[in-house]
Design a protein around this ligand. Structure first.
Ligand SMILES: [Zn+2]
Ligand SMILES: [Zn+2]
Ligand SMILES: [Zn+2]
Length: 182
């Protein structure tokens, strides 16, 4: 009686290879640790991989290409473009640029999925100010509590009303400290 791992039939070995997306180029060599030549069914690249490594989850390297392409797609979908190299891991921080405002940031694909560029949000804040009759003179100061220099579209007076103040309902009291233009 033979000891050690149970022998594998040709048929069974071919089935296991097929399950991993591999097409054997030669008969199963007989032992799970023996080199065994395959062709990837997806990209047709040749790879030499014994059955024991197929069982261990060894896959053709085109899988990692697909992952990289997936990262690139995620980055584009979030409104960024890569400035440098493509990240090879989900949490690797890389340089990317917002396609809308051209601001460059260092962040990972994981962060990008959660956090699009702030310019999309800032545009909404600018709209809130305009709805309240104030035209911002500078970009959003970064916090809704900070004074945000603007001009009243009604009386033309400079204002430094914060977004919080606008949200609380306060509006420009036209001409209170400045003669009203009419
Ligand atoms: Zn492949
Ligand atoms: Zn942006
Ligand atoms: Zn006013």
């Amino acid at each position: 009686m033979r000891r050690g791992p149970k022998p594998v039939s040709q048929e069974q070995a071919f089935e296991e290879a097929a399950g991993a997306g591999l097409e054997p180029c030669e008969p199963y060599p007989g032992r799970v640790i023996d080199p065994w030549m395959h062709r990837c069914m997806t990209c047709h690249m040749k790879l030499n991989v014994p059955l024991t490594r197929i069982r261990g989850g060894k896959k053709c390297s085109h899988w990692s290409f697909e992952r990289l392409l997936g990262y690139r797609r995620d980055i584009l979908k979030a409104g960024f473009e890569l400035v440098g190299s493509t990240p090879v891991a989900l949490h690797e921080e890389v340089r990317m640029r917002c396609v809308t405002c051209k601001k460059e940031v260092w962040q990972s694909v994981a962060q990008t999925r959660r956090r699009p560029c702030t310019c999309a949000r800032d545009e909404l804040f600018v709209q809130e100010m305009r709805d309240a009759g104030l035209e911002p003179k500078v970009p959003f100061p970064g916090t809704s509590r900070a004074p945000w220099p603007s001009v009243c579209t009604e009386c033309g007076q400079d204002r430094k009303t914060s977004l919080d103040t606008v949200r609380s309902g306060k509006r420009c009291k036209h001409g209170e400290t400045w003669p009203r233009r009419r």
